[in-house]
Design a protein around this ligand. Sequence first.
Ligand code: CDM
Ligand code: ATP
Length: 298
Amino acid sequence: MSVTVRVPAKVNVQLAVGAARPDGFHDLANVFLAVGLYDEVTATPADALTVTCAGPDADQVPLDRTNLAARAAITLAERYGRSPDVHLHIAKDIPVAGGMAGGSADGAGALLACDALWGTGASREELLDICAELGSDVPFSLVGGAALGTGRGEKLTALEVGGTFHWVFAMAVRGLSTPAVFREFDRLGEGLDIPEPVASPELLDALAKGDPDALAAHLSNDLQPAALSLFPDLAATLAAGRAAGALATLVSGSGPTTAYLARDAASAEKIADALRTSATCRTVRLAPAPAPGATIIT
Ligand SMILES: C[C@](O)(CO)[C@H](O)COP(=O)(O)OP(=O)(O)OC[C@H]1O[C@@H](n2ccc(N)nc2=O)[C@H](O)[C@@H]1O
Ligand SMILES: Nc1ncnc2c1ncn2[C@@H]1O[C@H](COP(=O)(O)OP(=O)(O)OP(=O)(O)O)[C@@H](O)[C@H]1O
């Protein structure tokens, strides 16, 4: 018997970042939106904890105990006093180190899959608690939809979304390290007064109404200058998407994946074609939002 869980990627439609805290993390007002690009994690009984991965970026994924899927299995097993022996297979479609919470998706997926396989019966609260221990983005990977993350992004409040948003994503030729982007944010902000991060009421309203023009007017990412500073070529990709009619363009989370909000599905196709021919990125994907959170599919 095995259990397969499907988990979405995310884009941050608002990422307001506060000053560095004493623990090195940053307080956030992080408006997550789950998008229809998915990893699948399959848990199968085994004599040892093993991880395999398949997909276009599979060679960049660690297969040892640092893999977030393995860490999820270990953490759940420790809490329930059982062996973590399980085979975890990741069918990877979310870009690695792309700012779309790919590793977090695998952590949430493995947690849900092992919980079902082992009959652990952990409550939703316990699962969310383990997710927060694994990483700031992991709780959102479990719940999906749209949510406001506060604290370091792990404290979630579900948000209403009144329609489908059409997104295009351009994957870059290399990744960016999330801690390095936060460090660059700190460096660029040295000596400046960094305000407390607050969610934009206009943005939340645009999400609730399902209004792409209003959402486009209020998208923001405080990590974008830091990502562009570390990866200046992203500016050309953003410009190509803008020229092709995107309502708005932004860096996804800590980058380097860039995101383009389209008015409708036809416009998204046009933007995707233009990005492909621009030769400023590695691959281009279309994805609707919101997408459901981690879901058992077998
Ligand atoms: C950029 C985002 O993806 C936006 O959703 C997240 O804030 C990052 O979430 P994540 O990858 O799950 O991050 P974690 O694994 O929790 O932390 C990785 C590193 O990112 C930095 N980090 C992360 C979250 C946060 N609120 N402040 C931070 O400064 C810290 O250097 C931390 O050591
Ligand atoms: N299951 C996993 N999939 C991908 N990377 C993983 C996984 N587990 C651990 N990692 C490590 O985490 C690093 C970041 O990968 P990930 O794909 O999660 O980045 P990201 O999408 O930018 O994250 P986020 O958007 O949450 O900041 C990788 O370079 C890799 O070393």
